[in-house]
Design a protein around this ligand. Structure first.
Ligand SMILES: [Zn+2]
Ligand SMILES: [Zn+2]
Length: 321
């Protein structure tokens, strides 16, 4: 049982979403520079109930239903001070080696990274605040202007979260591409104007230089390479997905001659309040992203399921009694 500090709360974990990163660590033991060197508890997309409150904590009470923002920055460096705390070199991010994650019964967490759920948001839905925060951050950072042509490559949890962020705060016509029809159906349901399966047609190839904003959310080498071809001159490529290999071949001449702005997206900063607000207003559908649930003792089965069923699932959850 973790002990809480005076600015922390103790949370009884109720639901945890399985992230692509959890599956990567489970399967290969590493993502780029992040290497698992000793036993590590995975899971960072979590929600739960407050069971103990530190003595300095205001605004949170016993019994509150909450979501946990999983990255705690140092609060002192230049990035923290300028509001870009996602770039904090000393961040402690759950389930990123060597920091343990949320596949545990209880987590002690700083109260200012704990967010009360709207009344109608379930613990299960609240696990999706984390990928939604990524989607929101990418759209905010790209400064999507109203009426643009938007392409989202990949319709997994992050792609569909980016789609919902674009629909809510970006405006514009959205095309979504993915190799799984199941995922494209969800994209349609969530407001995509057009969907493309590049394995079934060459529609995407014909759309060279057609998009004002190209979001890459799949983290695959091929889609990352496609981005610069698909963007219009003078517009933006937003790289959200993290390819498993460190360096890939990229057409730099396209970036130069088209004068593209290429933006990297690493996690998010200050997005949980926005995610909570969108859920409160009923402007996002988080429930539709949940495909399968496993009880806590079957966490390993859940990881395997998430790894092996991408063609028929979006988000797999682990549920606590
Ligand atoms: Zn995640
Ligand atoms: Zn910092």
């Amino acid at each position: 049982m973790p002990r809480i500090g005076k600015d922390e709360v103790l949370v009884s974990i109720k639901a945890v979403g399985i992230c692509g990163s959890d599956v990567h660590y489970y399967t290969t033991g590493r993502i780029g520079d992040f290497v698992v060197e000793k036993p590590l508890i995975l899971g960072h997309e979590c929600s739960g109930e407050i069971v103990e409150v530190g003595k300095n904590v205001e605004g949170l009470q016993l019994g509150d239903r909450v979501a946990l923002e999983p990255g705690i920055p140092c609060r002192k460096c230049q990035y923290c001070k300028s509001g870009r705390y996602n770039l904090c070199p000393n961040v402690r991010f759950m389930a990123t080696p060597p920091v343990d994650g949320a596949f545990v019964e209880y987590v002690a967490h700083p109260a200012d990274f704990v967010f009360k759920l709207p009344e109608k948001t379930s613990y299960e839905e609240a696990t999706l605040f984390e990928p939604l925060a990524v989607g929101l951050y990418s759209v905010v950072r790209a400064k999507v202007s109203f009426g643009g042509e938007i392409l989202i490559l990949g319709a997994g949890p992050i792609g569909l979260a980016t789609l919902q962020a674009v629909v809510n705060i970006g405006g514009g016509r959205v095309t979504v591409a993915d190799i799984y029809d199941f995922r494209l159906k969800k994209a349609r349901e969530l407001g995509a104007d057009k969907v493309i399966n590049p394995q079934q047609s060459d529609a995407l190839d014909k759309l060279r230089s057609s998009f004002d904003y190209v979001f890459e959310t799949a983290g695959s080498v091929v889609t990352t390479q496609q981005t610069v071809k698909l963007a219009k001159r003078g517009r933006k490529v937003i790289l959200v997905g993290l390819p498993a290999q460190e360096a890939i071949e990229f057409n730099t001449n396209q970036i130069i001659t088209k004068e593209l702005d290429v933006l990297g997206i690493f996690r998010y900063a200050n997005m949980y309040p926005k995610a909570v607000r969108l859920a409160e207003k009923g402007q996002v559908n988080l429930k539709t992203l949940i495909s399968k649930k496993f009880p806590f003792p079957q966490t390993e089965e859940a990881l395997k399921y998430a790894r092996d069923n991408k063609e028929s699932s979006i988000k797999t959850l682990v549920i606590f009694d």
